[in-house]
Ligand binder design. Sequence first.
Ligand SMILES: NC(=O)c1ccc[n+]([C@@H]2O[C@H](COP(=O)([O-])OP(=O)(O)OC[C@H]3O[C@@H](n4cnc5c(N)ncnc54)[C@H](O)[C@@H]3O)[C@@H](O)[C@H]2O)c1
Length: 406
Amino acid sequence: MINVIGLGYIGLPTALMMASHGVEVIGTDYNKELVATLISGHTTFKETGLDELFQEALAAGIKFTTEYQVTDMYVVSVPTPYDKFSKKVDACYVIAAVKDVLQVAPKGATIVIESTVSPGTIEKYVRPEIEKAGFVIGKDINLVHAPERIIPGNMVYELLHNNRTIGADDKAIGERVKNVYASFCQGEIVVTDIKTAEMTKVVENTFRAVNIAFANELAKICRHDNMDVYEIIKICNMHPRVNILQPGPGVGGHCISVDPWFLVGDYPSLAKVIDESMKTNDGMPDFVLNRIYEIMRDNGMSDLSRVGLYGLTYKENVDDMRESPTLQLLESQARHLAKGLKVYDPFIDKDVVPGQYHDLNDFLAEVDLVVIMVKHNEIKENMNKLVGKVILDCHNICDLPGVYHI
Ligand SMILES: NC(=O)c1ccc[n+]([C@@H]2O[C@H](COP(=O)([O-])OP(=O)(O)OC[C@H]3O[C@@H](n4cnc5c(N)ncnc54)[C@H](O)[C@@H]3O)[C@@H](O)[C@H]2O)c1
């Protein structure tokens, strides 16, 4: 049996996927409300295919609880934020979860850390906890790192099809854990050592962050000297060895806006490109706010409350708002002692920020300048409703005349 610890965006679909592929699974989360929701037969976030997978897993016998289980394998999928000051990974959730697991784990159990951590985190923070609890690693407790690559919006497909990495001290243990993931994963599963697995996951997200930052920097240069960044990127990408990403209003979520900081925190004198890239991406919401002021000036507008931000989530067609560019922009607005921006997102039902609307038509009726912060399908399908508005399109998805870009 597998006890999955932490039933959030990663732990829940992983637990469901294992259960629906013949693995006996109990999911544990210390959030009582979340567990109660799952027990009552409802999923806790919106994700393509998740409800169907949930039904399959329920039929296969998955259970949810707030209690840690006595079993032979644990998959720990708890948050790993970064310390805003040192930029280093904050491993406190992982440490707490491992400590709780060790209260119940029998000898011979395997603890798999799925949470993203910087290279050396398991060595520095997890191993000592296991040893302090009186276990011998490799004999009483096996330690494995199995980082996750899935992207919100396409999680179910990617769980099935992505390649994976397993890091283990002992090849045989690595192979054993690989077989568990192979119950559902059709991709290639590489077995390596723990530190290499830790580093690969962080490097993958860092690669993405640096490439996004490059596109964002080009957007800034082109804006400064009145060049069309999209036309330039389109032409450059016709070169056989060039593949520039698209600029955007910033980066959010739990991975690309967080994990690269771990390397900056751990290797401050070495991770220079990464540091600058993260600052560039983090500066984009401010850049968009400045664009809003410029465009308002150009159009003789002075009232910020006639400006609406379309989209609150960090990416399209998901309900995850963590670290989202829109939230960062609203914070920036508050720092500038400005207020009044209206906001709307079809994926966010709850009231989370002032000036928030829950219906596209109501939102559009109240604003003259629409800022497309997120390219949800909804806005792509309703472009006709933006006719007559001033539009700042941060994703280059709108082909109405006179549209402004970042
Ligand atoms: N969200 C993503 O897109 C994504 C993708 C790849 C990897 N990751 C990584 O996966 C890890 C988990 O991220 P997430 O997005 O699922 O986080 P999340 O916040 O959605 O979920 C974490 C869950 O863990 C629970 N939890 C925390 N401590 C616990 C404990 N001691 N015992 C029991 N439950 C506990 C929380 O209540 C929460 O429900 C992170 O390291 C993240 O970087 C996330």
